[in-house]
Write a protein that binds this ligand. Structure first.
Ligand code: XBP
Ligand code: MG
Length: 261
């Protein structure tokens, strides 16, 4: 088995718990600003997360949850304008420091960076959102920690399609067996597995019940030395008493985990 050369990170739900208190809130602010009475509750948003991509999610909402709505202008223009406003609200929320990184994320990123491990982002969200999250949590230059930031509309087919991971690996000149993906959702792991990537999952409140049966390991979070993770699924003998996800554990899992087929 080839030694791991790169870590490929999903963003929303994996690096930070952005959906409920970030994206959802920003969508609602954009709706109110546009004079719409749409209100995406925490519960409704859980259903809407079935579709990745903010523009795609709004269309799904109109089709399945608000089909009475008559669009005043061309639907694509209308959605695009709402989405621009939503992105502004979302990046403003991040600038207020409202959304921290999840436990263990900064520790693992710093360790990987210090040891020369290559890193990339593979996400469905808009590039400006990734930039805002990284700069407001890890500092202005932290975007440069990632060799490739694969985000948003750079590929036409969003997760669960494999495209965003394939795009990132192509840019890095790497094959799937040389990388490990980090995901938090079923659409995310469908995408990484379709790209043939072994995948480690950290769940969140929206994704706890998703199907992660083909993950290398499923954790509640990446853990810290003084705040241990809980192993939800996977081979506990490989975890071997570790309390947090560090590079040694990632490599051990990768060496022993079967490639998805
Ligand atoms: C999460 C998504 C995104 C965000 C909203 O992607 O599906 O659509 O919810 O962001 P991932 P945009 O977990 O792959 O990071 O509104 O910018 O699409
Ligand atoms: Mg995600």
């Amino acid at each position: 088995m080839q030694k791991i050369q790169a870590l490929l990170f999903d963003v929303d739900g994996t690096l930070a718990d952005t959906e409920r208190d970030g994206h959802r809130v920003a969508f609602n602010l954009a709706f109110a600003e546009a004079g719409l009475d749409w209100d995406w509750s925490v519960e409704l948003y859980g259903k809407l997360l079935a579709v990745t991509g903010g523009k795609e999610r709004m269309k799904y909402y109109l089709e399945c949850f608000n089909s009475e709505f008559t669009c005043p202008i061309d639907i694509d223009d209308f959605i695009a304008e709402l989405h621009r406003a939503k992105t502004t609200h979302y990046t403003d929320l991040l600038a207020e420091g409202r959304i921290p990184l999840r436990p263990g994320v900064e520790r693992l990123l710093r360790e990987a960076r210090g040891k020369g491990m290559r890193m990339a982002i593979a996400t469905t969200t808009t590039p400006a959102n990734v930039q805002a999250l990284l700069s407001n949590t890890l500092g202005a230059d932290s975007e440069n920690w990632f060799e490739v930031i694969a985000a948003g509309d750079v590929v036409p087919a969003k997760k669960p399609a494999a495209d965003i991971y394939l795009w990132a690996m192509e840019k890095m000149g790497l094959r799937a067996e040389q990388c490990i993906a980090f995901e938090d959702s079923e659409n995310g792991i469908k995408s990484s597995l379709a790209a043939n990537l072994r995948t480690i999952v950290t769940v969140n409140d929206y994704t706890r019940e998703h199907d992660f049966s083909r993950a290398l390991l499923v954790l509640d979070n990446m853990g810290e030395p003084d705040q241990p993770f809980t192993v939800l699924q996977g081979d506990k003998t490989l975890v071997n008493g570790a309390v947090c996800l560090d590079l040694e554990l990632v490599e051990r899992l990768a060496d022993n985990g079967l490639a998805p087929s």
